[in-house]
Design a protein around this ligand. Structure first.
Ligand code: PLP
Length: 454
């Protein structure tokens, strides 16, 4: 049995796959919060360069990956597809498990797949500087890495609690030459507003997004744009290189998955692995596609499908998505990347259409799966990734109970080597399960009552 299935650099995909061309029902358009009308390219132009806006609304099935992006991808791509035979043995179930190892990129996750593409498109549009937010720091470090290689300035607003608790990602950003500051900061109106209400605010992804957007649109030189690490269509598009490679690899192994699994924060690594396979599912293939989220931030499993802002200070368009409300404050669990209140509109639409099945997993199940994986396969997963592994365990258990053989493909979205304090909390017994009380959700959703309904 082959342990690792490689592609050569020549076999790397030359095009991204745009699922908008194949969806049975298109997603409703994002709306301008002021007018309630669909946002046009001009509304977005102060925030993103036009070439990315074109990708955001494109329905072309395939979009060529520029040569300069491919050249940088070659630093770590194609990534290996690995048969998790030792994890299989540990689970003792009739399953074959393949994991796509996206942790081999220099920042340690799937995120540079879009960071490099976005930095490239900004550069060719004449932009000199990119702002962004980061939660746990994975996105900020990915964008810092990408801007460094493409010669752009990078400014990262990092959620304050992570800024304090996770110095290593901040230091990665600084090593790649980026400027990283704690959010809420006093550098923006959005940050000052939050601090005046609560000087000890630990920050949130929504607040940091507001600061980064404001910093981009208020730069008088006009040479700054904003960049988002997940949720939007063009971000998901860039991530499809993962699934296109994985499909070629698993077919090389003479196999095909029955179940495709990814964890979902904003939806990008999940989409990246699954969209190439969802294309087959839309065309009649019988596969199960599972998006795994935390019970503490149960966007798809307990939130409504509604129009909502992408950020707390209501600067983004209204997006049609599963959401817990833009003011939702998730408890500070150790999977920062999964704490976002919304879900990518493309993924949300696929959930509505029954093509994607969301499942939620509690803290202790995810860490148990992560530690079991580390003790069998060796790789220590990011706490986010462990949600996908908890889904693998769940599917394996079910397969065993039903006596059915299953081939599972899972996205190993990142390693946990910069998240070991979370493992410390788990291994020393300090973690507990946390299911969000219903009244928290009801309270957070009050804000959506007067918005248009998709
Ligand atoms: C950011 C991150 C996630 C969650 O983001 P998505 O956009 O849902 O992929 C998951 N895993 C890792 C390792 C991450 O860094």
């Amino acid at each position: 049995m082959t342990k690792k299935i490689f592609l050569t650099e020549d076999e790397m995909p030359r095009k991204w796959y745009n699922i908008a061309a194949d969806m049975p029902n298109p997603m409703p358009p994002p709306l301008h919060p002021g007018t309630g009308q669909p946002v046009g390219p001009d509304d977005l132009a102060p925030i993103f360069p036009m070439n990315l806006i074109e990708q955001e609304v494109s329905t072309e099935r395939e979009i060529a990956i520029p040569d300069e992006v491919l050249q940088i991808y070659r630093i770590w791509r194609p990534t290996p597809l690995v048969r998790a035979e030792r994890f299989e043995k540990l689970l003792d179930a009739p399953v074959k498990i393949y994991f796509k190892n996206e942790s081999v990129s220099p920042p340690g996750s799937h995120k540079p797949n879009t960071a490099v593409a976005q930095a490239y498109y900004n550069k060719v549009a004449g932009i000199k500087r990119i702002t962004t937010e980061t939660g746990a720091g994975q996105w900020g470090s990915a964008l810092a890495f990408a801007c460094c290689l493409l010669g752009l300035e990078c400014k990262v607003y990092m959620v304050k609690i992570s800024f304090q608790q996770k110095p290593y990602r901040r230091l990665m950003m600084m090593t790649w030459g980026a400027n990283c500051i704690a959010s809420p900061s006093d550098e923006t109106q959005a940050g000052r507003t939050i601090l005046s209400r609560n000087p000890d605010s630990p920050g949130s992804l929504g607040i940091a997004i507001s600061e980064a957007v404001e910093a981009a649109v208020s730069d008088p030189s006009g040479e700054t744009r904003y960049s988002l690490g997940s949720v939007l269509n063009h971000v998901l598009l860039h991530q499809t290189v993962i699934g296109l490679e994985a499909k070629a690899q698993i077919e090389k192994a003479g196999d095909y998955p029955d179940v495709v699994i990814g964890c979902a924060g904003g939806g990008s690594n999940f989409a990246g692995l699954s969209f190439a396979f969802l294309r087959d599912k839309i065309n009649g293939k019988d596969i199960q596609v599972i998006a795994a989220e935390p019970t503490s931030c149960p966007t798809m499993t307990r939130g409504p499908y509604a129009y909502d802002f992408g950020d707390t200070v209501q600067m983004t368009p209204l997006l049609p998505m599963y959401t817990l409300g833009h003011n939702f404050m998730p408890p500070p669990i150790h999977a920062g990347g999964l704490r976002y209140h919304g879900m990518a509109p493309l993924v949300s639409q696929l959930v509505r259409d029954g093509l994607v099945e969301p499942r939620a997993y509690p803290n202790l199940d995810t860490f148990k799966a992560g530690v079991d994986f580390a003790r069998s396969e060796g790789h220590i997963p990011a706490p986010e990734t462990s949600h996908a592994l908890a889904a693998v365990v769940d599917v394996a258990r079910q397969a065993k109970a039903e006596g059915k053989e299953k081939t599972i493909l899972v996205n190993f979205s990142g390693h946990g080597l910069v998240d070991l304090t979370a493992y410390d909390a788990y291994l020393s017994g300090q973690l507990t399960n946390y299911a969000l009380p219903e009244e928290e959700i009801v309270k957070a959703l009050k804000d959506l009552e007067n918005f248009p309904k998709p």
